[in-house]
Write a protein that binds this ligand. Structure first.
Ligand code: GLP
Length: 241
């Protein structure tokens, strides 16, 4: 595990974007695993700037997103499909046919998850997986559990996650209760995992996840075993280390 300590959110976003940008330059047909949430928004802004400056070309890049709410149509502003269009895809020259998310509108969970695993496999795996960190240690929507879930699956979101995500919805009642997410094995198979963490409210979980025991009760802790895991975190998030 490599820890890159940054001053603040902006500094974190620039450094994370530099890591992704370097891959896009050196491997123009790379497969990027992408994430949602507030943590990567600044990283996406910097990537858009890199594209606008003529430094980054996404025309051959492929992407697979970590997760999607079950039951939200693409047009819903809270769907992760919409988030990705809004924060990255519509601002760069990525081919929409090369961007993938689990199909939240597919009611048959087994089909939605199996289809998504096949999409990821057909791309030959993920070169770099970007991640945020949930307050309970979740990655994607892999919530604390008694075991690590391996492949793409349907999860019941925990109350803590519903509470954390309700800021984006009119009320907690409107937050979907289920989601499709890549599994822990899918994430661990990425050649490189890049996590962005910012803010004092993440300090305790960052400490538990990366400086404590490896346990499915803190799903992100498994990343301690990844051979190429880069943690880009700001001073506030690293304040307990
Ligand atoms: C959601 C997403 C995760 C994300 C997490 C943390 O639950 N499914 O992928 O990492 O929220 O979000 P934030 O970065 O806003 O703290």
């Amino acid at each position: 595990m490599r820890v890159i300590r940054t001053k603040d959110y902006e500094d974190m976003s620039r450094k994370a974007a530099n890591v992704i940008g370097a891959l896009v330059v050196t491997k123009p047909d790379c497969v990027l695993g992408l994430a949602t949430g507030s943590s990567p928004v600044g990283t996406y802004k910097r990537l858009v700037e890199g594209y606008q400056a003529g430094d980054l070309d996404f025309s051959r890049v492929k992407s697979v997103n970590l997760d999607e709410y079950k039951g939200l149509p693409k047009e819903n502003e809270q769907s992760y499909y919409y988030f990705m269009q809004d924060n990255l895809f519509k601002h760069v020259n990525i081919d929409p046919a090369n961007t993938h998310l689990p199909d939240g509108t597919e009611p048959d969970s087994e089909k939605a998850c199996g289809d998504y695993d096949r999409v990821i496999a057909s791309m030959g795996g993920v070169d770099l997986q970007l991640l945020g960190l949930g307050h309970d240690g979740h990655i994607g929507f892999n919530e604390p559990n008694d075991e690590f879930d391996k492949e793409t699956h349907c999860v019941n979101l925990t109350q803590m996650t519903i509470e954390a995500n309700k800021r984006f919805f009119a009320s907690a009642d409107e937050v979907p209760k289920q989601a499709y997410t890549m599994g822990i094995a899918t994430i661990m198979r990425a050649k490189c995992v890049l996590m962005v963490v910012s803010g004092a409210d993440k300090a305790q979980i960052l400490k538990d996840a990366f400086f404590g025991p490896i346990t499915p009760k803190v799903p992100a802790s498994i990343l301690q075993l990844h051979p190429n895991f880069i943690l880009v975190a700001d001073e506030a998030a690293l304040s307990l280390i």
